[in-house]
Design a protein around this ligand. Structure first.
Ligand code: ADP
Ligand code: MG
Length: 316
């Protein structure tokens, strides 16, 4: 039986140049230069991932979904803490998991500065911390009537990948690869979030479903929105499903996209288009913010579509 501290030093202790003190003491010591943006996301076996999920990809996703929250705030990633609960010590699993985790950490210059390790059901919880200029942070309560609504990348692919994995649909090989990678290996839009500071005031990452997450902006900002269904950006894999109910629900309410939905003044349209080209990220204008309340998704004849469940809710 490997002692807990041995596991920590073998798998979770790396140099953390951006911290005054990292893993090993009772607390980490961190010295921020700006306002700290802090967030936490937990992945639980059976709820967020399949029991036999690939540990390397799980390590990547555990950190990526947290980075997505920093991206949605326009914050620069700095530090992470990892709480790990697992039923037994499986060194192969830990090795692969930590390699995945540190691959993403290295990519975004995040230092793992502490955590906790205990026995229990498999659950992975990360606290992420980044830095942001508080005046420029992309907040859910900053959308204004008259602004455009934008979406990065394509949406619904992870939900389509999940439907494929469950055998509900049968995707072509290339499409299946693409959608399964969207599901298991999402890429957080960190560079986009950082670049949007100053162009946008308001963003959210699409983790629970496009409608559900846009509704958080509408409630937070006390505004309404109109979205054109036909404008919502979808992948090649999604094209054939877009007018079917399985595609419609994946696009409107599928979770796990980790794209950004943001609002911006119409004056910034060309700046945002330029930014998309510079970053190589598809940025699509999908609707507009209005006064009043509520979300209307319009079909190609401008009729209001009936939206089923807006998104994933754990206790819904
Ligand atoms: P304590 O008993 O003070 O809570 P622990 O034995 O839990 O200390 O942790 C020892 C050190 O290892 C601490 O610095 C803690 O932050 C770190 N640590 C524990 N588990 C992890 C982990 N999974 N990833 C990174 N650091 C960890
Ligand atoms: Mg502890």
């Amino acid at each position: 039986m490997t002692a807990e501290f041995e596991l920590i030093s073998r798998y979770f202790t790396k140099a953390s140049p951006s911290a005054r003190l990292g893993v090993g003491d009772d607390c980490a010591l961190l010295e921020p230069e700006k306002t700290i943006a802090a967030s936490m996301d937990m992945l639980v076996e059976g709820t967020h991932f399949f029991p036999k999920a690939d540990p390397f990809l799980l390590g990547k996703k555990t950190l990526s979904v947290n980075l997505s929250d920093l991206a949605a705030m326009g914050a620069k990633p700095r530090w992470a803490m990892l709480a790990l609960s697992m039923p037994c010590v499986d060194e192969d699993w830990l090795d692969a998991f930590s390699k995945g985790f540190f691959e993403v950490a290295g990519r975004y210059s995040v230092d793992l500065v502490g955590g906790d390790t205990t026995r229990g059901a498999l659950a992975l919880c990360v606290q992420i911390m980044g830095e942001v200029d508080a005046e420029l942070a992309l907040r859910r309560d900053r959308a204004r009537a008259g602004e455009d609504i934008w979406v990065s990348g394509t949406i619904g692919d992870a939900a389509l990948g999940l439907a494929h994995a469950k055998g509900e649909i049968r995707l072509e090989d290339q499409d299946a690869l693409f959608c399964l990678s969207a599901l298991h290996d999402p890429v957080p839009r960190v560079e986009l979030g950082l670049a949007l500071c100053g162009i946008s005031r308001c963003a959210i990452d699409i983790s629970d479903g496009f409608c559900a997450d846009l509704l958080h902006i509408l409630e937070g900002s006390n505004v309404s929105a109109e979205v054109d269904y036909a404008a919502l950006p979808v992948s090649h894999a999604m094209e054939q499903y877009r007018m079917e109910s399985i595609g419609e629900s994946a696009i409107l309410s599928g979770g796990d996209d980790y794209e950004l939905c943001f609002t911006a003044s119409t004056d910034n349209r060309s700046a945002i288009e330029d930014l998309g080209h510079a970053l190589g990220i598809r940025l699509t204008r999908v609707g507009r913010i209005g006064a009043g309340k509520g979300l209307a998704v319009l079909d190609d004849k401008d009729r209001r579509m009936v939206i089923g469940k807006a998104g994933y809710e754990h206790f819904g």
